[in-house]
Design a binder for this molecule. Structure first.
Ligand code: MRU
Length: 356
């Protein structure tokens, strides 16, 4: 039977507890393929190559990935198990540097092992399975809650601009930046979304447009350099983006180009909202410029989407995958616990004290 790809959760554990199931996002929208990955090398490669991508989805994939790796460790000795587990954790953690959800999920899984030194290895493996599935389940609820809070910032009929893909494909369901739209749709509202294509990997054109259209949302894809014009035309009521890491002062790392959108939004007086589960907030990093930024191969700029290389072979490239948006440009950060506004340093701290 052929399924509509949008019926699948973006990241799941198969019923036999043997494989990570992901939608291969490098193939969308042309080819709709579910990958079933059983070994840690393939799972790490899937994260590196962005077959599974978006901060929350990376976290869930890593949690399921480390469970599968742990399950394959062949020993009854706790200390041998712990040593092998740590190797696998380090290996998966080396896949991508910016999205803190990756490290957050792996650390949650590690805590299960560290908290149970007197438990049989077979039982620890079962606890790891339960924790991975809990992380996955929580992601759905957290994103829905972000959607509900985000929806309170817009009204039926609004036009939203978004950058990259922070929708259902970037999490298990709902996503973060697109969650308010999906929650609104469930309540019978309608929105129009301008999706920045998001050079160089085109997450906006390929993924955001795909999932929104499949959900019946009016979607207009624009090249990144058109954002200013649509804002100037008065066509945008609000901007919603996701993020890969929020520093303690409210600076935000998100897909390259996000900070430019925020600067334009300020110029045109349009609210700029960042949607972030608390798993994306890194209170250990004080300022955005301390967040590690991934650099990717120049071929993503020069060759990837062209029949033949379109840049002179001797030209150099610079391909940072993320940039930092200064907290002063952010109207509010929408979390699963509520909407955080400036002063971010104080208010993020309060959010942590009250909820985490
Ligand atoms: O390189 P990607 O595609 O993983 O980058 C994704 C983003 O920048 C998203 O906006 C971010 O991870 C938030 S996803 C809810």
């Amino acid at each position: 039977m052929k399924h509509n790809i949008i019926d699948f959760d973006t990241v799941a554990l198969d019923d036999q507890n043997n494989a990570l199931l992901i939608i291969d996002q490098t193939q969308l929208p042309g080819k709709k393929e579910i990958l079933s990955l059983t070994n840690i090398e393939d799972i790490r490669e899937a994260i590196c190559l962005l077959k599974v991508r978006g901060a929350p989805a990376i976290g869930v994939a890593a949690a399921i990935g480390i469970y599968l790796a742990a399950k394959q460790i062949n020993t009854d000795s706790y200390f041998e198990f712990l040593a092998e587990f740590n190797k696998a954790k380090k290996y998966l953690a080396s896949s991508r540097p910016t999205a803190v959800n990756l490290f957050w999920a792996l650390e949650r899984m590690e805590e299960i092992v560290l908290d149970n030194p007197d438990t049989k290895v077979a039982e620890i493996k079962e606890l790891l399975r339960e924790e991975a599935l809990l992380i996955r389940e929580e992601d759905i609820n957290v994103c829905k809650s972000i959607g509900e809070y985000g929806l309170s910032l817009i009204k039926d009929g609004d036009a939203i601009l978004t950058h990259c893909n922070a929708g259902s494909l970037a999490a298990v369901k709902y996503g973060t930046a697109l969650a308010p739209i999906y929650v609104g749709l469930e309540q019978g509202m309608k929105f129009r979304v301008f999706a920045d294509e998001t050079r160089p990997l085109l997450q906006g054109a390929r993924l955001t447009a795909y999932e929104l259209v499949e959900h019946g949302v009016d979607t207009i894809v624009i090249c990144d350099n058109m954002a200013s014009q649509v804002m100037k035309n008065g066509w945008i009521d609000a901007i919603f983006v996701g993020c890969d890491r929020v520093a303690a002062n409210g600076d935000v790392a998100n897909k390259i180009g996000t900070s430019g959108v925020a600067i334009l939004a300020k110029h045109y007086g349009i609210p700029f909202y960042v949607c972030a589960p608390t798993s994306t907030i890194d209170m250990n990093i004080q300022f955005g410029n301390h967040i590690p930024i991934e650099e990717r191969p120049g071929e993503e700029i020069t060759e990837m989407w062209y029949k033949q290389r379109m840049v002179h072979p001797y030209a150099l490239t610079y391909n940072p995958a993320f940039d930092i948006t200064d907290h002063e440009l952010i109207t509010a950060i929408v979390t699963e616990y509520g909407i955080v506004r400036a002063p971010y340093k104080e208010n993020l701290k309060e959010l942590y004290i009250n909820h985490l």
